[in-house]
Design a protein around this ligand. Structure first.
Ligand SMILES: O=C(O)CCC(=O)C(=O)O
Length: 315
């Protein structure tokens, strides 16, 4: 069995000043309750969303299984008018469908041209954006993106990290979020920004024995809750009901640290990418040595990395 869950802490009615002074510096997830999010929590019914955003086309994930796997791509991308998508995502059985009558839908909204443009609901969904008041707990220049997250009941999103700070605003519906500290990355079997361990509740421990060591944090989001997910914290999200969320990514580091070609908020900072490239070259260089020497110098390099680059300053 995986480790028992630790509850993500919860703060009710926290002001911007208190968030910035007490919670933000801890770099830990926290659920913020009682924040004024504007009219969206009352207004965003299926009918209202459909009528307001109309037939604008959206690219969606369609899955016949509840656990979407980005690495094996067990889902397909399809395009639907927004109103049709919302109606279908809110129903359990479909009369019109792509693959099966119980397929599930997920929208992660994108910029107009996803290769160049960043998702911003104020641009792609201006009328709906008027209904939501984004907690302005960071400076305007730090804003990166605002993304619609609309999901069928039961759909689970793979465990991944993003490189920017994030407010996941649950506008309607309920969601369970499981989180892991960046420090537990060695136990998560990463492929890029994603974990290979798909089923965090029943992990395949023969294949992923170290997963047992990953400390699991968990929270249940209700309509109106805002989850602060610090950059690099892994998160796995299951929608317990059809629900609508908006997440806001903002830059925690100085702007020049981020990859300018990143439109999703999940490309590693450029210095990290360069360091990994240099490491790959060092590993290639070690191949010039016989095994006994390669092993000796590789262990010394690991020690050096630990001494020079590990932080002693976080749990
Ligand atoms: O709520 C969701 O559907 C996913 C949220 C997420 O992955 C994020 O905010 O980065």
């Amino acid at each position: 069995m995986a480790q028992p869950a630790r509850a993500v802490s919860c703060s009710v009615g926290v002001t911007r000043d208190r968030f910035l002074a007490d919670l933000y510096p801890q770099r830990k997830p926290v659920v913020l309750k009682g924040i004024d999010l504007g009219a969206c929590t009352a207004k965003w019914t299926v009918d209202y969303l459909s009528q307001t955003a109309g037939t604008k086309e959206v690219k969606i994930h369609v899955s016949t299984v509840p656990q979407m796997d980005f690495l094996s791509k067990n889902f397909v991308y399809r395009t639907l008018p927004f109103d049709t998508f919302v109606q279908r995502a809110a129903e359990v059985k479909h009369t019109e469908y792509f693959i099966s009558e119980d397929e599930k839908y997920y929208l992660r909204s994108l910029g107009e041209d996803p290769r160049k443009d960043i998702a911003d609901i104020r641009k792609q969904f201006p009328l709906l954006a008027e209904d939501i008041q984004i907690p302005e707990y960071f400076a305007k220049e730090q804003f990166f993106s605002s993304v619609f997250r609309i999901s069928s009941a039961g759909l689970q999103l793979w465990t991944h990290y993003d490189v920017m700070d994030n407010f996941l605003i649950q506008v309607t519906g309920k969601k369970r979020v499981v989180l892991y500290s960046p420090r537990d990355a060695p136990y998560l079997y990463l492929a890029g920004t994603k974990s290979e361990v798909l089923d965090v509740d029943n992990p395949d421990l023969e294949k992923y024995p170290l997963f047992l060591k990953a400390r699991r944090y968990e929270c249940y989001l209700e309509a109106g809750d805002v989850l602060f997910i610090p950059a690099l914290w892994f998160h796995n999200v299951i929608s317990e009901e059809f629900g609508v969320g908006v997440n806001i990514f903002w830059k925690h580091l100085p702007s020049q640290c981020y990859d300018k070609t990143d439109t999703y908020g999940n490309k590693d900072p450029t210095a990290a990418t360069r360091a990994v490239q240099i490491l790959d070259r060092a590993l290639k260089t070690l191949e010039e040595l016989p095994e006994e020497y390669r092993d000796f110098y590789a262990r010394r390099m690991v020690l050096r990395i630990q001494e020079k680059a590990y932080s002693t300053n976080y749990e």
